[in-house]
Design a protein around this ligand. Structure first.
Ligand code: NAG
Ligand code: NAG
Length: 188
């Protein structure tokens, strides 16, 4: 019995010791020198987002088809996964700046209104490898649609801002579209 009590006490003491050590380590790191942030910058750039649903190599595919009847005016319930090229000019095949990877869902029962969740992954110059994340509402019948930029990585750490999307071309038959994005982000 005494042996059990002793071994229990020893375990308890060890646990207490280790816990206090862990707490102290955490407190030390929490009290450490704060990170120095550079100056915050406002960047503005623009590119064209190519949503290609037709052809043998679509970059936007419907992954959820809602149960019928599907409203032809709202498409409510449809979800597309995208890996869309971002280019510097509207022409197909112009310089690739990055890709928009994510999905959009038709989330409105009154109009063609998208919920968009996508990461812009840049592949050129000093932005190569940096990303921006957009999460927002895109009512496509409006001329200019604004969506929040909610974060970023790499050169866009701590990013916040917004994008303005304007349709450049869209084809009702193929459902292919080219959309101009104006991006405004604050970052360090
Ligand atoms: C762009 O090019 C791709 C691949 O060549 C093709 O599938 C697509 O239809 C083209 N889009 C337009 C709008 O020309
Ligand atoms: C971008 O980064 C990738 C991975 O580090 C590298 O393979 C690629 O060559 C880079 N591209 C440019 C244009 O710098």
């Amino acid at each position: 019995m005494a042996k059990i009590t002793f071994s229990f006490t020893l375990t308890l003491l060890t646990t207490l010791f280790l816990t206090s050590l862990a707490t102290e380590t955490f407190l030390n790191s929490a009290n450490g020198t704060p990170f120095k942030l550079g100056t915050e910058k406002l960047s503005h750039f623009q590119f064209y987002w190519h949503d290609t649903q037709s052809g043998s190599n679509p970059t936007s595919i419907t992954i959820v088809k809602p149960p019928p009847p599907v409203s032809p005016t709202t498409g409510f319930g449809t979800v597309n996964m995208i890996d869309n090229p971002l280019t510097d000019k509207p022409e197909n095949g112009s310089k690739l700046l990055g890709r928009a990877q994510g999905f959009y869902g038709l989330a409105s029962q009154e109009e063609m209104g998208l919920l968009m969740a996508m990461n812009f992954v840049f592949v050129t110059g000093r932005y190569n490898g940096s990303t921006l994340t957009v999460l927002g509402r895109n009512p496509v019948s409006q001329k200019v649609r604004e969506m929040p930029v909610i974060g970023g990585t790499g050169l866009f750490r701590f990013a916040r801002g917004y994008v303005q999307a304007t349709t450049y071309t869209s084809n009702a038959q193929t459902r292919d579209a080219v959309v101009k994005y104006n991006v405004y982000v604050l970052h360090y």
